[in-house]
Design a protein around this ligand. Structure first.
Ligand SMILES: NC(=O)c1ccc[n+]([C@@H]2O[C@H](COP(=O)([O-])OP(=O)(O)OC[C@H]3O[C@@H](n4cnc5c(N)ncnc54)[C@H](O)[C@@H]3O)[C@@H](O)[C@H]2O)c1
Length: 273
């Protein structure tokens, strides 16, 4: 007889506690200003679902705002100040999570920065910086965390790309960096599958977060970004956070190397709609 009854990986968890018992690190888990960045949203949702969360940011005050939000809801979080472009800071970050909670199950590689210009007008130091902040931070953080995850039997990593990776629009350093994040994710997914580690990538579309609002977005541009979605919805940090929650939960145990756009359909719309 063929076996058709298999175990639901989340069945044993208390309702609404999809990450119960797990330890998560969210990089860039502060936000550039007041409001909900994609990392802040993920950190809050991870904690709401039972994870203990290390909120990491070079701006510790911003990380503390996130940790306080979690504490107010009765969740468990701590902050860690680090510049993720530094391998040493990343080693210290992983050590901080381990010394506090003994394991690491989830890594949300959320740090990123913008990068406008063409290769003709971009300053070489700026080019290096955009690659460093968007790509090398993922390498540094993952290199520090993967051995700990592997020791604990596996884990889940989510990297942040952008639909700009495949739809260039005058942000060439950013496009190149976020394209590299997709390739890096697929390579990591293959390299670390044998250690029980899943690696997936989210490509947000136009999301209204402090990254875009802190410098005061022109209301007309904001409206154009909203209308780019066939759903005519404005993307929020929460939309990206919920995608990260799914990808990091055991419900996604059969997903690795996947690119998940979170863009309200923006990237599939035909120009002659
Ligand atoms: N907002 C959007 O429309 C959008 C679209 C596509 C992709 N993304 C990506 O989503 C991610 C988060 O974006 P956001 O809009 O929430 O940004 P945000 O600027 O609000 O948050 C990013 C956080 O990362 C921190 N950070 C930056 N460099 C760091 C470093 N070297 N070390 C430690 N911390 C550092 C910042 O202090 C900030 O708190 C980024 O990777 C971004 O490229 C955003």
């Amino acid at each position: 007889m063929t076996e058709t009854t298999v175990t639901d990986p989340a069945a044993a968890l208390p309702a609404g506690r999809r990450l119960e018992g797990k330890v998560a690190i969210v990089t860039g888990g502060g936000s550039r200003g007041p409001g909900i960045g994609t990392g802040r949203a993920a950190a809050v949702l991870f904690a709401r679902n039972g994870a203990r969360v290390l909120v990491v940011d070079r701006d510790e005050a911003a990380a503390k705002v996130t940790a306080d939000m979690i504490a107010e809801e009765g969740g468990e979080a701590a902050t860690f100040a680090a510049d993720l472009t530094s391998p040493d800071d990343c080693t210290a970050m992983a050590a901080a999570a381990v010394s506090r909670w003994g394991r690491i199950d989830i890594l949300d590689n959320n740090v990123g920065t913008e990068g406008a210009g063409t290769i003709l007008d971009v300053d070489p130091a700026f080019w290096d910086r955009v690659i460093q902040v968007n790509v090398t931070t993922i390498v540094n953080a993952s290199r520090a965390v993967i051995p700990v995850m592997a020791q604990g039997g596996g884990g889940a990593i989510v990297n942040l790309s952008s639909i700009s990776a495949t739809r260039p629009r005058g942000l060439t350093p950013y496009t190149a960096a976020k394209g590299a994040v997709i390739a890096l994710t697929r390579a990591m997914a293959i390299d670390h599958a044998g250690q029980g580690i899943r690696v997936n990538v989210i490509a947000p579309g136009p999301i209204y977060t402090p990254m875009v609002s802190s410098e005061g977005m022109d209301p007309e541009l904001r409206e154009r970004r909203r209308k780019a979605s066939p759903l005519a919805l404005e993307g929020t940090g929460w939309d990206v956070g919920y995608a990260a929650l799914y990808l990091c939960s055991d419900e996604a145990r059969y997903l690795t190397g996947v690119l998940l756009p979170v863009d309200g359909g923006t990237s599939i719309r035909s120009p002659d709609r």
